[in-house]
Design a protein around this ligand. Structure first.
Ligand SMILES: NC(=O)c1ccc[n+]([C@@H]2O[C@H](COP(=O)([O-])OP(=O)(O)OC[C@H]3O[C@@H](n4cnc5c(N)ncnc54)[C@H](O)[C@@H]3O)[C@@H](O)[C@H]2O)c1
Length: 405
């Protein structure tokens, strides 16, 4: 499987997309409508026949009815070798990839990411998916594009939470890689948020993230191997997105914070490294925790994930910054302890009291985190600390993670 990922600036100057096909169908995210118009103008100048299909951006577009609507509309006008072009964030690129894969069992596809998450992750891989009921990404495809056209200028104007969400995806890769990439990320993430990925660090950071991601994806594009370090931070995204209505990347950030806490409870990750990594989440104002994050929610996520991974949990655990090891099983008691500790760190709550009635409006209740907190602060500076109810102990990777954890 081969495809091209190309970096350049200025959609209006791009001819690489125009050159792919004489007839094109542009699926355009409502949040990136101006970029869609610019591309359409360029295609018109080049005499390319094209049509725009607007989609309301965000998680809500990832549904079977929306997939079917787009398939119907495009198939009404398309010929099989026309190009499908998607301009948008990760939700719309996921949806459009399904459209291209479904129509005549595969139409050529080009991807133009317009959010940081789409730029460093959703746009550059081969996965597309839609949600069913509250099941995240439960129906999907592995479908490579012909071209991914990367242009950091298209991220300009993304709302702060969309930028934060992308930063959490970058942080995941930096945590896996460690070393210089981690230091660069730690140093530059507040600036990336402030400039909307338009400052001098944006190119080196996103390049490092993409290079790292592709290195992990390339040998395992279709996920035949289910033990994947890049699944770090993705245990809880289903329930946190679908029930707490958190943006994907912010759910990833909370999951990363939990895995750091879990590794520390197990005695695998030094507490100062945990603090350093969790501080980078706070430093960009992303939440460390959410009211709905309870031991029961995590238990449900573990059971779902185990089924998705053929019965073995394969949980990536950050044992150091730069060392993520995939544990086949979970230590249930340590995970429960990690959840309770994270609630104290992130919410200042020592008890679990979930108001399920407010779950559907939870997006507006996301704690903003504490922007401005710097790496290297002592644990005591993060607010009330939880006394461990059991001593930390080494991981037992062979321990059963049966139904009661
Ligand atoms: N396929 C994969 O491998 C993969 C990887 C990571 C994430 N994802 C998916 O990506 C989605 C999250 O992506 P996301 O973080 O891009 O969020 P998103 O796609 O939900 O977009 C967030 C918001 O940003 C708006 N937007 C898009 N471009 C904009 C721009 N340039 N300026 C202003 N607003 C803009 C959208 O309209 C939307 O309202 C999730 O559905 C997740 O599952 C997929």
């Amino acid at each position: 499987m081969e495809y091209t990922i190309r970096e350049s600036s200025g959609l209006s100057h791009r001819d690489d997309i125009a050159e792919l096909a004489g007839r094109q169908h542009l699926i355009v995210d409502s949040g990136a409508a101006h970029h869609g118009r610019e591309l359409a103008r360029r295609l018109a100048e080049r005499g390319i026949v094209h049509r725009v299909y607007p989609v309301r951006g965000g998680e809500g577009c990832k549904t079977l009815p929306e997939l079917q609507r787009l398939c119907d509309e495009i198939q009404l006008r398309a010929q099989r070798r026309d190009l499908v072009v998607v301009v948008g964030g990760g939700a719309v690129t996921d949806l459009a990839r399904c459209v291209a894969a479904w129509l005549w069992k595969g139409m050529p596809l080009a991807i133009v990411p317009t959010t940081p998450t789409a730029y460093v992750d959703a746009g550059i891989g081969v996965k597309g998916a839609v949600n069913r009921d509250d099941r995240k990404n439960s129906i999907g495809v592995y479908y490579p594009p012909l071209l991914v056209a990367l242009d950091l200028g298209l991220l300009r104007g993304c709302p702060a939470d969309v930028l934060r969400a992308g930063l959490m995806e970058v942080m995941k890769m930096a945590l896996i890689d460690g070393g210089r990439f981690w230091e660069l990320y730690e140093r530059s993430s507040p600036g990336l948020l402030a400039t909307g990925f338009q400052g001098p660090d944006a190119l080196p950071v996103t390049r490092a993230a993409i290079t790292s991601m592709l290195g992990h994806l390339q040998p395992n594009l279709r996920e035949h191997e289910l033990s994947r370090p890049v699944d770090l931070g993705h245990l809880l995204v289903g329930p946190l997105e679908m029930r707490a209505l958190l943006p994907h990347g912010l759910a990833v950030g909370i999951d990363l914070a939990l895995m750091l806490e879990y590794a520390a409870v197990l005695g695998l990750l030094a507490e100062d490294e945990r603090d350093r990594a969790q501080d980078t989440i706070r430093a960009v104002g992303a939440p460390l925790c959410h009211e709905l994050l309870t031991p029961e929610l995590v238990q449900g996520a573990i059971e779902d994930t185990r089924r998705q991974r053929d019965g073995v949990l394969n949980l990536p655990v950050p044992e150091r910054i730069g060392t993520v090891r995939v544990h086949p099983h979970v230590d249930g008691a340590a995970m429960r302890e990690a959840v309770l500790r994270l609630r104290v760190r992130g919410l200042g709550a020592s008890t679990v009291a979930v108001d399920t009635a407010s779950a559907t409006t939870a997006r507006s209740t996301v704690p903003a985190g504490r922007a401005g907190s710097r790496p290297g602060r002592s644990p005591a500076q993060h607010g009330r600390q939880c006394q461990p109810t059991r001593p930390a102990r080494p991981a037992d990777n062979e321990q059963s993670d049966g139904p009661q954890w």
